[in-house]
Design a protein around this ligand. Structure first.
Ligand code: 3PG
Length: 418
């Protein structure tokens, strides 16, 4: 107990922030009275229209307030979920408009059901300086993810300048992330600026840096490879571990993996630093993902053919905790199990508990990760909670960030530093 209290009182080492000079910032734009197209990332968990975690929305407020102070007309665009180019009420941004209205005193955020078209243009034209308009989910248009020039042009046509504050999609090559800056003078928002400076400063620490990568998005696998050059240990859990286990010839029953993900994992295992990858030794599994399903813990080489792996077991959890105790920096992204069900949250909760008392610098990111930290009242004990998941891992791994490159190009094209 004494140890826990002492560690809570001891301030964690602050990160030395480094400024990215190539992108323009808000102060480099001529903002006063302008119509600003603001790309935010409001991809937040929503259940039955209720927002379960508004962290990402709150983190965008400093930029919105700065634009209000400059008497701008603010047109906000964002994506939510993966609706794959089709309008779907489940992924509507309407609840976000209500939440923003709650968070911004004396402001009403007007919601429009489309992103482009004459009606949208007219409504923006008619609105006054200082007003805020939120457009519907960008991903209701297939063109957003297809990097479509004419879609990007139509969006750019709605405003005078562009502000990119959607750090969590800075690693994506989509119309709004990489094409709009070619049409408008563009700058990073305050959230992007803070995330980039903080995460860039953190990536100089390679020694005793532990990366814990979990979650269910199999498209995150290539980031495991990138992590190998920037860490001492990479613990792979969540659904991601099954692709590696399959690649090593282990039978994982009905656990989540795909043909392609096994291939990617096989390639990663050829990497010269692949020995840094640590996989679970035991797995909690069940024959059904439903709450009635009976659970058992088995060694990794004994997963029954009818079972689904839903969490890592006790032995594996102990191993992670030991690594955490030895680490100087811990980077965590993605739950270690199927945390929607309490029975598969044990390993994740143990990691969160350790994150709160460790002396290591802690950087956590990703929607679910951040939601879980809030549930355990742990978020304010983390050195940096990023709004990005994949984006954070990509930046930490020194991968190219297409949206940031596009901002740098735009600054040059529109002479923003003259
Ligand atoms: C996130 O939550 O990590 C971002 O919004 C990116 O979402 P995506 O993985 O669906 O592009």
């Amino acid at each position: 107990m004494k140890k826990i209290i002492q560690s809570l009182l001891r301030p964690k080492k602050k990160l030395k922030k480094k400024r990215f000079s190539k992108m323009a910032s808000l102060e480099d734009l001529d903002l006063f009275g302008k119509t600003v197209l603001l790309r935010a990332d409001f991809n937040v968990p929503i259940k039955n229209g209720r927002i379960l975690d508004n962290y990402k929305i709150k983190q965008t407020l400093p930029t919105i307030k700065e634009l209000i102070r400059n008497r701008c007309k603010i047109v906000i665009v964002s994506h939510l979920g993966r609706p794959r180019g089709k309008a779907n009420p489940k992924f509507s941004l309407a609840p976000i408009a209500k939440e923003l209205t709650k968070l911004l005193p004396r402001k009403t955020v007007h919601f429009l059901h489309h992103c482009i078209g004459k009606d949208v243009k007219d409504r923006i034209k008619k609105s006054k300086q200082g007003q805020i308009i939120l457009l519907e989910n960008l991903r209701f248009y297939i063109e957003e993810e297809q990097k479509d020039l004419s879609f990007a042009h139509s969006l750019a046509n709605l405003a005078d300048v562009y502000v990119f504050d959607a750090f969590a999609v800075a690693h994506r090559r989509h119309s709004s992330t990489v094409l709009i800056p070619a049409f408008l003078p563009s700058a990073q928002g305050l959230l992007v600026q803070d995330e980039v400076e903080t995460i860039t400063a953190a990536r100089s620490t390679k020694e005793k840096s532990l990366w814990i990568i979990g979650g269910a998005k199999l498209d995150k696998l290539p980031l495991v490879k990138a992590a190998l050059d920037n860490s001492e240990w990479v613990y792979v859990a969540g659904a991601l571990c099954f692709s590696f286990l399959r690649a090593k010839g282990v039978h994982v029953g009905h656990s989540k993996f795909s043909k392609e993900s096994i291939q990617v994992a096989k390639e990663i295992l050829q990497h010269k630093n692949a020995k840094k990858i640590i996989l679970p030794e035991d797995i909690v599994c069940s024959n059904s993902i439903l709450s009635k399903g009976k659970t058992t813990t088995v060694n990794i080489d004994q997963i029954p053919s009818s079972a689904i792996g839903l969490d890592i077991g006790k032995k594996s959890t102990e191993k992670i905790l030991t690594l955490m105790k030895n680490a100087k920096q811990i980077i965590w992204n993605g739950p270690l199990g199927y945390t929607e069900d309490n029975r598969y949250r044990k390993a994740t909760n143990a990691v969160i508990k350790e994150l709160q008392v460790t002396h290591a610098r802690t950087i956590c990111g990703g929607g679910e990760t951040s939601e879980l930290l809030v549930k355990q009242k742990a978020r304010n004990k983390i050195t940096h909670t990023s709004t990005g998941g994949g984006a954070t891992l990509a930046l930490l791994s020194k991968k190219r960030m297409p949206a940031l490159d596009a901002l740098a190009k735009s600054a040059k094209k529109f002479y923003l530093f003259e």
